[in-house]
Design a protein around this ligand. Structure first.
Ligand code: PRX
Length: 689
């Protein structure tokens, strides 16, 4: 039942030629299952990729509602995908199976239990400390979710209310998410590495009145006093006129091995305590709340290029269908035998779709990892793969780069014979990281699947599915089923065949975002105004003569640090809040492990001295306002910033300085108001060229 690919009805050939896509040589070369076998006999996967792909575009309603029919709906309407991407024709919207009624948590839990998977392990939790381990079956997970749904009800949380979740990678995180989904509340998970200011801002923006957190956790040897950070955020909320009425705090530290000194002991009041809250709400009724297809399921904040984070809204039926299906196809999900491990944190979209909803909807057994690949040493990942006989792994190029810098025996000492698919996400996969995965980790017997997508897209947009794309470093991706990407040139004209342009999508798919929470206008302005009629990804891409896509990076003011998007404007605003700062500009520069890292140029008054003390103060502000991930590796003194006559900072030049380019290779500087500032930038560069 779960392996659905062959259940999709074949559409008439006549319908199949209506798309504008031309996969050229790739299509000619790879048409039939026999061809797929030549790539990798071991992986069945979507061998009929090109046929399925054509079908998915030719008749999307049939394609997607057939997939949705494998999930449970209390009521199904006769609607499929409805959307408008062109604001000149009216409001921009996307709907899928509008009028249908379902519940995503029910589909993740009860539906699997009714199919006989109750005693199957849903999560194998690996703690930060090697040796901290727990597992939970689907039955047990459901019991905990029901318990926590009662707690939420007892706290007055109703359908449509927003609940903030600020937890590390512990089982209580999916429990809290699923409990919200069960009662129709909207979860808004905030990454537990974010600062109190970042948490407060997200709580305020989402209007969350309830916050779920824990006392603290260890990240490697470092103790993170999460409750104190959350308490600080609640104080900040008060100051910005947002009151969070209810906090529930899980006592996590008492069940784990301490791996370092605790910096603070959390104060948890009786009424905040998770266990007390569960005991107090035993009699409360918390049945499954049947939701409309288009009711919001969750909000997840992502960086916006203008600074303020954007609350991306995903809804029930469409997100569920895309999460279920893309998980199954991309990872060749075999729930009966697979042990799957998505290494991403649930604070990001990858954790939402591919550590919680996707695997649970498919009845998978997943590893949930609290720690980091470097602790206690860089063999931890492979030790876990060996211990649980992981067969499908989802990781990131940045994690791979950090691990490949260490001796191969740290991998090879551990058994990886079950490992069949390694997915990566977040940034382009660089050839040497691919080679290391292929040769050292996979011993040439693993499929390596790059996946390109976004918080906004909810699920994969482009993948190098191993039965459709040759397994070799330097191979681009193909569109996921039902996704219709296009490349546009500078004039917004479609590029046919080979070329390089802005990556857009010309039609909707079920799992895409529906709006920005509380700011539908920004949703339209950011994603649909740049190219009317298209969803604008914000990325550039190349298409080769085989129809493969190569994402080349952001075309806006966002940078990608270790696979996480950061806004230059947000970091600049944080630096500018230092009393000495006259002006600041931040650009991305390349980094061996992180992919990119922020590099800041700061102007202070002539009378002041640019000292290490000031730099450290600025770093502390950024850490506090945004989080450690946003702290620039270098903060450089700039007596002046290069500007055009209209006052716009010329970031192209700053990027060259940050990248360590020679002063002579500047390009045209004739539009600058004051060319002399440029030389000063080189003179003040802390690492001399
Ligand atoms: O620039 C692209 C990059 O990450 C951005 C999306 O970031 P976020 O919403 O945080 O989601 C990350 C996880 C899905 C994209 O706009 N990106 C993501 N995956 C890739 C990528 N760039 C190149 N190749 C990828 N595989």
């Amino acid at each position: 039942m779960l392996r659905t690919l062959r259940l999709i009805p074949t559409l008439s050939r006549a319908n199949m030629h209506s798309t504008a896509h031309n996969f050229g040589a790739a299509q000619a070369r790879l048409k039939e299952p026999e061809d797929c076998l030549a790539f990798n006999a071991e992986f069945p996967g979507p061998c009929h990729y090109h046929q399925l792909y054509e079908e998915s575009l030719a008749n999307p309603d049939t394609f997607w509602t057939n997939i949705a029919s494998q999930l449970h709906f209390k009521h199904k309407s006769d609607k499929g995908l409805e959307y408008n991407f062109d604001q000149r024709k009216g409001d921009v919207f996307v709907k899928f199976m509008d009028g249908s009624i379902t519940n995503v948590a029910f589909n993740c839990l009860e539906r699997n239990i009714f199919r006989g998977l109750g005693d199957k392990i849903a999560y194998k939790w690996e703690g930060n400390a090697d040796g901290d381990y727990e597992s939970i079956t689907y039955n047990e997970l459901r019991t905990k979710v029901v318990e926590f749904s009662r707690v939420l009800k007892n706290r007055g949380v109703k359908k449509g209310d927003v609940v903030g979740i600020y937890l590390p990678m512990i089982v209580e995180l999916p429990i809290a998410m699923l409990a919200c989904a069960r009662i129709g509340a909207i979860h808004s998970v905030v990454f537990a590495g974010f600062s109190s200011n970042a948490l407060a801002e997200r709580l305020r923006q989402s209007g969350a009145k309830t916050l779920i957190t824990c006392d603290g956790f260890y990240r490697g040897k470092k103790h993170i006093p999460l409750k104190s950070i959350a308490d600080e955020a609640l104080m900040i909320c008060k100051n910005i006129n947002h009151s969070v009425e209810s906090t529930i705090c899980f006592e996590h530290l008492k069940r784990v091995t301490a791996t370092g000194a605790a910096s603070e002991v959390a104060v948890i009041n009786d009424e905040e305590n998770w266990d007390n809250a569960v005991a107090d709400s035993k009699e409360v009724s918390a049945p499954v709340e049947w939701c409309q297809a288009e009711d919001p399921l969750f909000i997840l904040y992502t960086s916006g290029s203008t600074g303020a984070p954007k609350g991306i809204v995903h809804t029930n039926a469409g997100y569920m269908t895309s999460a279920y299906y893309s998980m199954q196809v991309t990872f060749d999900a075999k729930p009966e035998t697979d042990v799957y491990w998505c290494m991403a944190d649930c604070g990001w979209i990858t954790g939402h779709t591919y550590a919680v909803y996707g695997p649970l909807l498919n009845g998978m057994t997943s590893v949930l990892f609290e720690g980091i690949p470097s602790f206690p040493d860089y063999s931890r990942t492979w030790k876990i793969v060996d211990k649980h006989q992981v067969s499908k792994l989802y990781t990131s190029p940045t994690a791979v780069r950090s691990m490949m810098a260490h001796p191969d025996h740290m991998v090879k000492d551990y058994e990886r014979s079950k490992l069949k698919v390694i997915g990566t996400v977040g940034e382009p996969m660089n050839p040497c990281a691919w080679k290391w995965l292929n040769e050292v980790v996979g011993e040439k017997a693993c499929a390596i699947v790059d996946t390109y997508w976004q918080t906004e897209t909810g699920c994969h947009l482009l993948t190098s599915h191993h039965t459709a794309v040759p397994q070799q470093s330097g191979c681009g991706n193909l569109p996921f089923l039902g996704i219709s990407p296009q490349l546009l040139d500078d004039n917004g004209k479609k590029i046919r065949g080979e070329g390089h342009g802005t990556l857009v999508v010309d039609r909707a798919w079920p799992g895409m975002m529906r709006t920005i929470w509380g700011d539908h206008k920004r949703f339209i302005d950011a994603y649909f105004s740049p190219y009317p009629g298209y969803y604008f990804t914000g990325d550039g891409a190349k298409r080769d003569d085989e129809g493969h896509y190569w994402v080349t990076g952001r075309v806006d003011d966002l940078m990608n640090v270790s696979g996480h998007l950061l806004s230059t404007a947000e970091i600049e605003a944080a630096i500018a809040s230092h009393p000495m700062v006259v002006e600041a500009a931040v650009v991305a520069t390349s980094h061996k492990v992180k992919g990119q890292t922020p590099y800041a140029f700061v102007t202070i008054p002539d009378t002041a001295k640019f000292s290490d003390k000031i730099v450290n103060e600025m770093k502390a502000i950024i850490r506090k306002k945004i989080g450690p991930i946003a702290v620039p590796d270098i903060i450089q003194f700039a007596p002046g910033l290069p500007k055009t006559r209209s006052g716009k900072i010329v970031r192209r030049i700053l990027r060259k300085v940050a990248d360590g380019e020679k002063e002579a290779n500047l390009g045209d500087t004739s539009t600058l108001t004051d060319e002399t500032v440029i030389h000063e930038l080189w003179v003040n560069r802390p690492i001399k060229l």
